[in-house]
Ligand binder design. Structure first.
Ligand code: E4P
Length: 219
């Protein structure tokens, strides 16, 4: 399973890349707005830094507008994937983008039926939002299980990109279910590395060695 960073924060992306576990990135209008920067240049800057796919979302909601903005986003860099909202105009545009060789990420997916439609339209990725379903008292990861099963049944090539990730458990369950990608907020990426027993164990190792009074190279 690939790790993408779910952020438009350049510093976070640089740190994630430095740690070596991040392959791609996803953005959305909210994440870019938080940075207080211009829209297209931000997507372009991220695409320059990140080696793998970078999702940049269209702001238009009508078919022609989605096509126009999607083509401009795709023209920013070879690794830009056009993020398109679910609905008839979006999925119609996804079909057209597929014919033009433009990769797409269908966003705001909250049901298996929506994911099936996106795959049939030829989406490169589907983004089911697990955290937002959990917030409503539903089981976000059950949606991932259903989509992985359906895509497997028919051999769809659409990648399952687990979005709205809120904690390490989401990432672990996504991997157990065979999802293709988890897009992870920076805070959750940090949490993936952490365990209290790791910290306590390291402290103990170093303390025990300190007690010997010897250095690393001492005989
Ligand atoms: C990613 O593609 C989504 O835009 C993002 O994961 C949404 O996450 P949120 O529900 O935490 O806003």
């Amino acid at each position: 399973m690939e790790f993408f960073l779910d952020t438009a924060d350049i510093e976070q992306i640089e740190r994630g890349l430095e740690w070596g576990r991040v392959h791609g990135a996803t953005t959305n209008p909210t994440l870019i707005a938080r940075q207080g920067k211009a829209y297209l240049p931000t997507v372009q800057e991220i695409a320059r830094l990140v080696p793998g796919p970078v999702s940049g979302e269209v702001l238009a909601t009508d078919y022609e507008g989605i096509l126009e903005q999607g083509r401009r986003l795709a023209g920013l860099a070879d690794n830009v994937v056009v993020k398109v909202p679910l609905g008839p105009p979006g999925l119609r545009a996804v079909r057209q983008f597929a014919e033009e060789g433009i990769r797409t990420n269908v966003t705001l997916c909250f049901s298996a039926a929506q994911a099936l439609l996106a795959a049939k339209a030829g989406a490169s990725y589907i983004s089911p939002f697990v955290g937002r379903l959990d917030d409503l008292g539903e089981e976000g990861m059950a949606l991932i299980e259903a989509i992985v099963e359906i895509y497997g049944n028919y051999g769809f090539s659409t990648g399952v990109l687990v979005a709205s990730v809120r904690n390490p458990q989401h990432v672990v369950i996504a991997a157990r279910l065979g999802a293709d990608v988890a897009t992870i907020p920076f805070k959750t990426l940090e949490q993936l590395y952490q365990h209290p027993l790791t910290d306590r164990g390291l402290e103990q190792f170093l303390e025990d060695w300190r007690k010997t009074g010897k250095g690393f190279d001492d005989p």
